[in-house]
Design a protein around this ligand. Structure first.
Ligand SMILES: Nc1nc2c([nH]c(=O)n2[C@H]2C[C@H](O)[C@@H](COP(=O)(O)OP(=O)(O)OP(=O)(O)O)O2)c(=O)[nH]1
Length: 142
């Protein structure tokens, strides 16, 4: 018998993803460009990646930020969760604000990285990264 969850995901497993909104004191935030060979290559995204088995969101994010950007995360605060149905996967994204880290971010996988403010001047963004910009605008207006 199908359940609501199975209907929503089309019977697929949910891919859980830890995503960092890495924010500097001046409000600028980091975007990276997805490397060649990944789904949506060339699209801009917030840094992060899939949780490994048994891994917490925070541990996954710290690992991904080290692997992708060579920074050591020091402070991370869970922010919002978003689900998105892509052709390649049904994803659940755990967005966290990262406000303290050691090191200077650089693209360790050959990807471009950029500090941005609103409105961003890069495109396209991943479909499930776009709402983050609206959340930031909402917070700024509050
Ligand atoms: N990092 C990140 N992923 C996002 C964002 N928005 C969004 O829909 N996603 C999706 C795209 C992918 O389906 C998934 C992340 O998986 P990924 O392939 O980048 O993860 P990974 O680095 O662990 O990949 P892998 O090469 O190890 O398989 O989440 C975002 O802003 N940042």
């Amino acid at each position: 018998m199908s359940t609501a969850a199975a209907d929503k995901t089309g019977g697929r497993a949910v891919t859980e993803v830890a995503v960092g909104v890495v924010v500097r004191a001046d409000g600028s935030f980091l975007l990276g460009q997805r490397p060649v060979g990944k789904p949506y290559e060339g699209y801009w995204e917030f840094p992060g990646g899939k949780l490994e088995a048994g891994e917490s969101v925070e541990a996954a994010l710290a690992r991904e930020l080290k692997e992708e950007l060579d920074i050591d995360m020091r402070a991370c605060e869970p922010w919002r969760t978003l689900e998105h149905d892509y052709p390649h996967a049904y994803v659940r994204l755990y967005f966290c604000k990262v406000t303290a880290w050691d090191g200077e971010p650089r693209g360790m996988e050959g990807q471009a990285v950029t500090w941005q403010t609103l409105p961003v001047n890069v495109a396209p963004l991943l479909p499930a990264a776009q709402p983050v910009l609206e959340w930031m605008l909402d917070e700024r207006a509050a």
